[in-house]
Ligand binder design. Sequence first.
Ligand SMILES: Cc1cc2nc3c(=O)[nH]c(=O)nc-3n(C[C@H](O)[C@H](O)[C@H](O)COP(=O)(O)OP(=O)(O)OC[C@H]3O[C@@H](n4cnc5c(N)ncnc54)[C@H](O)[C@@H]3O)c2cc1C
Length: 362
Amino acid sequence: MSYEIVVVGGGIGGLAVAALLSARGMSTCLLERQSQVGGCIARVEFAGYDFEPGMGLYTSFGAGGVYERLFSKLPVEAPEVSLLTSPHVTRLTDGTDVQSLRDNLYAIHGGPASLAERLAESIKRSGGSVRLNSPVLRLAYDESSRAVGVDLLSGERVFATKAIISNLTVWDTYGKLIGLNRTPSEIKKRLNALHGTGVYVVYASMEESAVPRLPSERLLVKDGEGEFTLAVATHHAAPPGKRAVTMTTRTDVEPWFSYQSSEEEYEEWDQDALEHFWKRLHAALPELGSDIEIIETANPRTYYDLTRRKLGMVMGVDTSGQAMGHGTTLPNLFLVGDTVSSTAEVNAVIEAAISLAERMAK
Ligand SMILES: Cc1cc2nc3c(=O)[nH]c(=O)nc-3n(C[C@H](O)[C@H](O)[C@H](O)COP(=O)(O)OP(=O)(O)OC[C@H]3O[C@@H](n4cnc5c(N)ncnc54)[C@H](O)[C@@H]3O)c2cc1C
């Protein structure tokens, strides 16, 4: 098959740029390796709960914000959102609560996955193609070393006459799509200097009656060890009388991949991390008591399985990563996603996708 634009990856960046370009009438194909779109914001459903995949901090839904600008160009409506009534609160080490400067936070009904699903719908309505379960192996080159499309794991070749857009991280775009043997040593050096981080996530069930005891539905907790966030899902499915809760804390990625020689050791490592986190949670938020119950966890290995991001590194890169920009060493290969946006936030990734789509449409 041949298209003007081939987008590799159906995270929020790939979806947004594919939706914008197909809405402009360009023939577009988005290839996603998973059976659902969204990547880091894909649906997280366990035991009848629909969990907020992340910290639940979504801004820019107001008039003139990035979502209005995006959806005004698309043949679908933006997902329903509600302004959160409780402010973002930080609990400090001494137990006091302060209202953070972050305001105008929104809950996306059904979570950010519904945003990803709207964009996939938009691509299809504009005549584009969204192919799930379609892992891309590498770029396909002609005899003059020009990238002509991509090769799928299935052996199929998909041609791109105008451009290929990678929604993979900068590391994976060079390491996997372009290939390290075609990556100049200067770029390799820059990639090695970029730092990423991992997250440890706990999905839990909370008694509805316990929620008002919390200082807010969006919490940042600072304790002696660092920080963690807590988000009570709003407008998400949960069994009667319960609420889905997501807690996230940063973690180094390497130990999750290097220090366990067997599955048993890995399980033990994961269990220790959970017990440790659980103690931190109850020490910082004693008002929770026994009204919270663990449902599932996620760690860098989970994110690697989910998105194939190098070492499961999420949340973008340190600020020097912005220097990489949308362009690559190949004239017809471009990048979109949180390793090349101003911050690793959904709104910033969409902002970067809008600017890339404008550049492509010229
Ligand atoms: C725990 C956590 C909490 C967060 N909380 C918030 C928050 O509260 N607010 C906020 O704004 N942001 C938050 N973020 C950040 C935000 O969710 C991410 O920055 C954003 O979703 C990343 O999108 P992306 O487009 O870069 O790509 P990804 O989400 O990484 O998507 C890349 C896609 O490419 C696919 N793919 C990979 N390899 C291939 C291949 N070979 N072939 C085909 N497809 C492939 C993957 O399956 C994936 O779907 C959070 C992130 C995490 C992890």
